[in-house]
Design a protein around this ligand. Structure first.
Ligand code: BES
Ligand code: ZN
Ligand code: ZN
Length: 489
């Protein structure tokens, strides 16, 4: 983890590998220290840099800046159109560039703009750099994670107190994001229900969270027949893990977070094809978010009681697998005709949502890589959110907007319930039609929630093949930061 320093100097005195200089487009608008703005202006006058959003230009041994080996200009685009998300992303892109160059000591000039609170600008800029400071090297022969040694923010005379005060809190969100990335990126051969539960137990110990694992006989006793059915084809038994956080002073609200933890989704007997399976180690992203968020809740001492439920299973084809045509009785007593064993997440969640409802919390939020259809609808940069408690949905949408982890509301369409009707059971687990797959999956879940304030999040943005701004390829780590933004307020 990099050592972070915030000082009110102007960056001219920076000594290290790279000084990152964010620049707005439009020539007259540099509010940079003279030595630096001279360099930037020259490059712009020679038309080598327009300061377009995310544009990067590295300069070797820039004139007038003492001991820095490189200066990296990063474009912010037009000043009038800048947002905190753009700042985070531009700085993230510059920091990724630096990280990949192996530059360890990084300076950042905090950009000045009249339209934004300078304290918040400093925080966004730092957060972007910190989020990008990640490398997944577990599987390398010689794991040598690239990481910054030092990040030094120069505020050019501006007050640094607020950024300093908030630094620990920013770090908690960043760590939670990186924890999710680690869990999602870890191969399923390594991270399975057993090792996942062990990690959860260890984390619970570290953060003094309540921990309970329901497995084997206890799953049957507890009525988790959906979880058991999905897990029965695997050599690794399924587990339900519960983590509990309560603030020291009595909490006014209780929230249950429910995470889909399918450690590998082969599709089961309704086997996926080879390319469909390539990323299916990420099918536990919901559970990873729950686990990382609970740890962060303890670190931040959020003012609400938070319970995390994780349904940990492997969906595998074998002689003991559940089969298309099987009917199972979910925890709430409704019978489900399983026509496709690849629609397994909803069977796991059905049990957990019933269990969560029993706790009678104020809100239930489930997080699940539930459908390919949601990815088709929204792509890999936005997750889908469903719910009838519009106040809660709006609150979460705004939390997503302010953290730059985008959510988009999709409707629960009552008419579509019809398509889930089974001839022999209370409900079937697929409609048999491709259209509206994310919505019909959400309508399925709704049958197992006995609670007014429930939100379902279909995590289409938990994985991205390519690197983008501060996001690394693979697990994006989205989730904890917007959840914490909500839980903390
Ligand atoms: N884990 C997948 C959903 C998924 C697929 C997420 C691809 C991201 C990318 C889920 O268990 C699944 O396989 N869903 C099926 C449902 C279908 C059989 C109704 C799907 O989306 O194809
Ligand atoms: Zn599946
Ligand atoms: Zn799945």
């Amino acid at each position: 983890m990099a050592n972070i320093e915030i000082n009110s100097q102007d960056g001219k005195s920076f000594s290290g590998d790279v000084l990152i200089v964010p620049v707005f487009s439009g020539r007259e608008r540099h509010r940079l220290p003279l030595a630096i703005s001279k360099v930037a202006r020259q490059v712009m006058e020679e038309n080598d840099f327009k300061a377009d959003y995310l544009e990067l230009v590295p300069l070797h041994h820039p004139n007038g800046v003492k001991d820095c080996r490189w200066m990296l200009l990063v474009g912010l685009g037009e000043e009038e159109a800048v947002t905190f998300n753009k700042l985070r992303k531009a700085l993230g892109a510059a920091a990724r560039y630096s990280l990949k160059k192996g530059w360890k000591a990084v300076g950042i000039v905090s950009p000045a703009t009249a339209s934004m609170d300078h304290d918040e600008v400093q925080i966004a800029v730092l957060e972007g750099a910190m989020l990008s400071d990640y490398d997944f090297t577990l599987c390398k022969g010689k794991p040598e994670p690239r990481s910054f040694d030092r990040i030094e923010l120069f505020t050019n005379g501006d007050d640094t107190r607020k950024a300093r005060r908030q630094l620990a809190q920013i770090q908690v969100g960043v760590d939670a994001c990186h924890r999710v990335r680690d869990l999602v990126n870890t191969p399923a051969g390594e991270l399975h229900p057993e090792s996942f539960a062990a990690k959860a137990q260890k984390l619970a110990g570290k953060h003094k969270l309540g921990f309970e694992v329901i497995e084997g006989e206890a799953l049957a006793k507890g009525g988790f027949r959906g979880v058991m059915a999905v897990g029965q084809g695997s050599a690794r038994g399924p587990k339900v893990v519960k983590l509990e956080y309560a603030p020291k002073e009595k909490a006014k609200k209780h929230v249950v977070l429910v995470g889909k933890g399918v450690c590998f989704d082969s599709g089961g007997l309704s086997l996926k094809d080879a390319s469909g399976m390539e990323t299916m180690k990420d099918d536990m992203a919901g559970a990873a978010i729950v686990m990382a968020t609970l740890a962060a809740c303890a670190e931040l001492q959020v003012p609400v009681q938070v319970t995390g439920l994780m349904g940990l299973v492997e969906n595998m084809p074998s002689g003991t697998s559940y089969k298309p045509g099987d009917v199972l009785k979910s925890r709430n007593g409704k019978t489900i005709e399983v026509l496709n064993t690849d629609a397994e997440g909803r069977l796991v969640l059905a049990d957990l949502l019933d269990y969560a409802s029993e706790m009678k919390p104020d809100h239930i939020v489930d997080l699940a890589t539930l459908t390919g259809a949601c990815m088709i609808a929204l792509g890999d940069g936005v997750s889908g959110i469903f719910g009838e408690d519009q106040k809660l949905v709006d609150r979460l949408l705004s939390a997503g907007n302010s953290t730059g982890e985008y959510l988009w509301q999709l409707p629960l369409v009552a008419d579509y319930r019809e398509s889930l009707k089974s001839h022999i059971a209370d409900i079937k687990n697929i409609t048999g039609k491709r259209w509206g797959g994310a919505i019909t999956a959400a309508m399925f879940l709704r049958e197992f929630v006995d609670h007014a304030s429930w939100v379902h999040v279909d995590l289409s943005s938990c994985w991205a093949d390519a690197e983008k701004d501060y996001r690394t390829p693979g697990g994006t780590g989205e989730g904890p930061r917007w959840l914490l933004e909500w839980l903390n307020s």
